[in-house]
Design a protein around this ligand. Structure first.
Ligand SMILES: NC(=O)c1ccc[n+]([C@@H]2O[C@H](COP(=O)([O-])OP(=O)(O)OC[C@H]3O[C@@H](n4cnc5c(N)ncnc54)[C@H](O)[C@@H]3O)[C@@H](O)[C@H]2O)c1
Length: 266
C-alpha cells in the first residue's frame, strides 16, 4: 500500500506567508496540490510567495493587508473565495514577538501589550471567524490550523503578553473545534520549535542561541520553517480526519527539556 497526501482541488489561505514559516507552509500546501492565497502586510513578500506557489504548478493569489484589521481580513477571505470558488483550508500563521522583544512585565507599555495581543490573538480570532463564515455556507466542511507557540507550555518569563496571547489562541482553538464541529470544520493549533527566521535570529544573543541549541533533545539542531509546514500539512490532510481541538508541537522535545533557557536571556 502506498499512502500519499493530496490536497488536489483544494484552496488554502495562509496568513503572514510572505516570509519564514508562513512562506514554507504556503509552498508545502502547494506541493501537496492546493491552490494557495497568500496574505502579508508587505506587498513584495506576498507576491514573492505567490510566485513560489506558481512555481509548484498551482495557482497563487497574493493578498496585501493587515490581519489585525477585521474588515480587511473579511475582504481578503472574500477575495479568496471569489477567485478560487471556495476556501477549504485556513492557516492562521500571523504572529510576532513585538518590536520590544523580551522585557520584565513592569516595563511593558500598554501600547506594546496591545500590539502583541492584536498581532497574535486578535489577528487569529478575526481570521478564524472570516474563514468559518466562508466555509459554512459551502457545506463542505474545512480545516483551520492556528500557529501557536511552545511558550504556552510553561511560564513565558519576560514575554508575558506574547505567552498569554498565544495561550489564548490554544483556548480559541479548543472552543472553535466544538462550535464548528457540526459544520465538519476541524480546528487545531500547531507550534514550531525555535526556528531561526530573520526576526527571531536578530532577537537572540550568541550565548542565548547556543544555550537554546544545546537544549534541543532530538538532535541539537534548530527547526527549519519546513518542519512546521509538514505538521500543518498533516493536520490539513485526511490523515488527521479525527483530530480537532488539539495543540501539537513540532519542536524535537525542546519545550520538555529541563535545560531549555527562559526567554529572559535574549
Ligand atoms: N520562529 C520561531 O522560532 C517561532 C517560534 C514559535 C512560534 N512562532 C510563530 O510562528 C509564526 C511565524 O513566525 P515566523 O518566525 O515565520 O515570523 P516572521 O516574522 O519571519 O514572518 C511573519 C510574516 O507575517 C507578516 N505579518 C506580520 N504581522 C502581520 C499582520 N498584522 N498582517 C499581515 N501580515 C503580517 C510579516 O510581514 C512576515 O512576512 C508566528 O505566529 C510566530 O509567533 C515562531
Amino acid at each position: 500500500m502506498t499512502i500519499t497526501i493530496s490536497l488536489a482541488g483544494q484552496t488554502a489561505l495562509v496568513t503572514g506567508a510572505g516570509a519564514g514559516i508562513g512562506r514554507a507552509i504556503a509552498v508545502r500546501l502547494a506541493q501537496a496540490g492546493a491552490n494557495v492565497a497568500v496574505t502579508d502586510i508587505v506587498a513584495t513578500a506576498a507576491h514573492e510567495t505567490s510566485e513560489l506557489v506558481r512555481a509548484e504548478g498551482r495557482e497563487g493569489l497574493a493578498l496585501v493587508g493587515d490581519m489585525t484589521d477585521p474588515r480587511r481580513v473579511d475582504d481578503m477571505v472574500e477575495e479568496t473565495v471569489r477567485h478560487f470558488g471556495a476556501l477549504n483550508i485556513g492557516v492562521n500563521n500571523v504572529g510576532m514577538l513585538g518590536k520590544h522583544g523580551a522585557a520584565p512585565y513592569l516595563d511593558w507599555s500598554s501600547q506594546a501589550m496591545a500590539d502583541v495581543v492584536a498581532g497574535n490573538l486578535l489577528a487569529t480570532m478575526y481570521s478564524c471567524q472570516a474563514e468559518a463564515a466562508a466555509m459554512i455556507p459551502a457545506g463542505r466542511g474545512g480545516v483551520i490550523v492556528n500557529v501557536s507557540s511552545g511558550e504556552t507550555t510553561r511560564p513565558a518569563v519576560q514575554l508575558a503578553p506574547y505567552g498569554a496571547a498565544k495561550a489564548g489562541i490554544n483556548h480559541l482553538t479548543q472552543t472553535l473545534a466544538i462550535e464548528l464541529a457540526p459544520h465538519r470544520i476541524r480546528v487545531n493549533a500547531a507550534a514550531p520549535g525555535t526556528t531561526l527566521t530573520q526576526k527571531v535570529a536578530e532577537a537572540f544573543s550568541a550565548e542565548h542561541r547556543a544555550a537554546l541549541q544545546a537544549s534541543i533533545p532530538l538532535d541539537g539542531e534548530f527547526s527549519a520553517p519546513e518542519d512546521l509546514a509538514d505538521l500543518v500539512l498533516l493536520l490539513a490532510s485526511d490523515l488527521a480526519a479525527h483530530t480537532t481541538g488539539q495543540f501539537l508541537l513540532s519542536d524535537k522535545g525542546a519545550f520538555l527539556s529541563r535545560s531549555r533557557p527562559a526567554p529572559t536571556t535574549h
